[in-house]
Design a protein around this ligand. Structure first.
Ligand code: MN3
Length: 194
């Protein structure tokens, strides 16, 4: 019994040139893996991935919360991207985005700006806050479920997410992610489950 590192839902070289196999070797194989290992150390291996959301909601901010939340955030983040992603959402999700942001172009601008201007490490999110869609960001390991929000999409803006491929150019990473990698089917599924 222990938390386990989920496999990437795509081949590590399938998202190049937007994100390279080397980025996944470090980001998934080393960074995410380290959060899983440390979460197991801090809980004596007593829990599994099925316990993760309950534990995150029960745990006060601190070292254990950080490892648990980063395990959840990264597991979610891998599902937010896919080969030949990007483009525009359709159906109910497209209507919800237009209703909240005016247009898909305005939404993309707001998401990119949220990620680009977020100071230091954290995550840019599209969430449902109970009344509608909202773009927001969280610091370090913090995540929407701690604020009564349902996560629909995230982009990791910790430097380790983009430094190998983009060096310090976070806005270029955000543009590439939004235009070429977002798995809109996953986002639409999350909205259906709100
Ligand atoms: Mn990360």
């Amino acid at each position: 019994m222990a938390f386990t590192l989920p496999d990437l839902p795509f081949d590590p070289d399938a998202l190049a040139p937007h994100l390279s196999a080397e980025t996944f070797q470090y980001h998934h194989g080393k960074h995410h893996n380290a959060y899983v290992t440390k979460a197991n150390e801090l809980t004596n291996g007593e829990y599994t991935n099925d316990d993760l959301e309950r534990l995150i909601l029960e745990t006060e901010p601190g070292p254990l919360f950080n490892q648990l939340a980063q395990h959840w955030n990264h597991s979610f983040y891998w599902q937010c991207m896919k080969p030949n992603g990007g483009g525009e959402p359709t159906g109910e999700l497209a209507e919800a985005i237009n209703s909240a942001f005016g247009s898909f172009a305005d939404f993309k601008e707001q998401l990119k700006n949220e990620g680009a201007t977020h100071f230091a490490s954290g995550w840019a999110w599209l969430v449902h806050d109970g009344s509608g869609l909202k773009v927001t960001s969280t610091h370090d390991a913090d995540l929407p479920m701690k604020h009564g929000q349902k996560a629909l999409l995230t982009i990791d803006v910790w430097e380790h997410a983009y430094y190998i491929d983009y060096r310090n150019a976070r806005p270029d990473y955000l543009t590439a992610f939004i235009d070429n990698l977002i798995n809109w089917d996953f986002v639409a599924e999350n909205l259906r489950n709100v």
